[in-house]
Ligand binder design. Structure first.
Ligand SMILES: Cc1cc2nc3c(=O)[nH]c(=O)nc-3n(C[C@H](O)[C@H](O)[C@H](O)COP(=O)(O)O)c2cc1C
Length: 405
């Protein structure tokens, strides 16, 4: 009895959790664990759509690996009893130095889709960038969030339709626009090619088998309204209600002939902050700064477009040396740890963006999973700041990192 009492005084027992899925979710320690849970919960084709990259997926892997080539140079004994992770973006406070990148088709992971992501962003004081290819509409998203919302656009062939979208964004209070420029044609995502991936997913024998093997996803999918390109679902010009492959849709709807003139056209039409999403070299960053856009998203679309394109983190320092202070530099691609964000800011990014990190959370456990993903990144960033001897974002400077040769 004595021994048992002694043991009890220092050891606390965990409440038993009988659901294996819940147990796994509760014990998830990082974004990779959420990815593993999403992989189990989702049918193979859906997980591959989220996780995959273009062709050999070298860029997708390299985006992540590039962070491990950067070493931290922690400083000690600097009173880190209070850490402040907030920063400003377009003059507004944001609680963390990252935004939630646009991801199309979110409802295929979980029925709430983009609404879940927007709600979490609102609760945690982050910017959410809603996608043109979303499965919840501009209006549905703004109805569930009072937070700052941006919208990601492609250059529609039908400019009148794009004008109508801009008006809807103004009416719904969206504050900034991100024009994606790395998708003149869709990158060849070979996992999707092999699976014959479409939106909405086509039901075949393989889907039925997959559905039986993934009952929680299937139950959620069949109970909820059909998935469409919600931003244009009722507009015959946008063909949002029909099942198509992503590459066919992009080829039909978006204009591959655009040049920098289109950026200026959009800037004049929108008359608000405009970001160029998909800058992949220094020369284009300089042109963007001359045109006078609000910012650039240094990004290769998470390695989903041109395989062989460089890791965004490797471009941040050379780009910052040329244009820092002239526009907002956003680093996005490959971020899986809070310390990755610290590294990007040290090299010259103003802020970061995360895509798969929150999408894995959505696939693992819907809104709860998105919340968990963001909290993990916040926790890791706070800890990395404390252990590196920085108390606030403005104290993250170049001497905090060393690039390994
Ligand atoms: C499943 C998925 C869907 C995406 N959909 C879009 C999209 O509709 N528009 C867009 O500009 N970028 C899209 N992206 C790219 C992201 O905005 C972002 O550039 C990328 O996810 C960043 O890399 P990370 O996933 O490693 O964080 C998508 C990315 C993923 C993973």
């Amino acid at each position: 009895m004595g021994i048992f009492r002694n043991l009890q005084s220092v050891v606390r027992f965990r409440k038993p959790q009988f659901s294996r899925t819940r147990r796994r979710f509760e014990r998830a320690a990082n974004i990779d664990d959420l990815r593993a849970i999403a992989k189990r919960r989702l049918p193979g084709g859906i997980f591959d759509y989220i996780d995959g990259g273009a062709e050999d997926e070298w860029s997708a892997r390299n985006n992540v690996a590039a962070y491990s080539r950067i070493e931290l140079r922690p400083r000690i004994l600097r009173d880190v009893s209070a850490i402040d992770t907030s920063t400003t973006l377009l003059g507004q406070k944001t609680s963390l130095p990252f935004i939630l990148a646009p991801t199309g088709f979110s409802r295929i992971a979980q029925s709430q889709g983009e609404l879940a992501v927007a709600r979490v962003a609102d609760k945690l004081g982050l910017v959410y960038c809603h996608s043109t290819l979303a499965t919840r509409s501009i209006e549905e998203v703004s109805a569930v969030s009072n937070g700052q919302q941006w919208f990601q656009v492609y250059m529609w062939r039908d400019r009148a339709m794009l004008r109508d979208i801009l008006q809807r964004l103004r009416d719904s209070g969206y504050t900034a626009l991100a024009l994606t420029v790395d998708t003149a044609v869709l990158g060849r995502r070979e996992r999707d090619v092999r699976r014959g991936f479409t939106l909405p997913p086509k039901i075949g024998l393989d889907t039925i088998v997959d559905g039986i093997l993934h009952p929680s996803w299937t139950w959620d999918f069949i109970r909820n309204e059909p998935i469409t390109f919600a931003n244009v679902a009722t507009d015959s010009r946008g063909a949002g209600g029909t099942a198509v492959s992503l590459s066919a849709y992009i080829n039909e709807q978006f204009d591959p002939s655009i040049t920098w003139d289109a950026v200026e056209w959009l800037q004049a039409e929108w008359n608000g902050p405009l970001f160029i999403k998909g800058i992949q070299c220094t020369e284009d960053a300089v042109i963007a700064s001359k045109i006078g856009v609000a910012g650039i998203m240094v990004s290769n679309h998470g390695g989903r477009q041109l395989d062989g394109s460089p890791a965004p983190i490797d471009l941040i320092e050379p780009i910052a040396q040329l244009v820092q202070g002239q526009l907002t530099i956003i680093c996005e691609g490959g971020i899986r740890r809070g310390s990755d964000i610290l590294k990007a800011i040290a090299l010259g990014a103003d802020i970061c963006a995360v895509g798969r990190a929150h999408f894995y959370g959505l696939g693992a456990a819907g809104e709860l999973g998105v919340m968990r993903a963001i909290e993990m990144l916040k926790d890791e960033l706070t800890r990395a700041m404390a252990l590196s001897g920085v108390r606030k974002i403005s104290e993250i400077t170049r001497d905090l990192v060393k690039i390994r040769q």
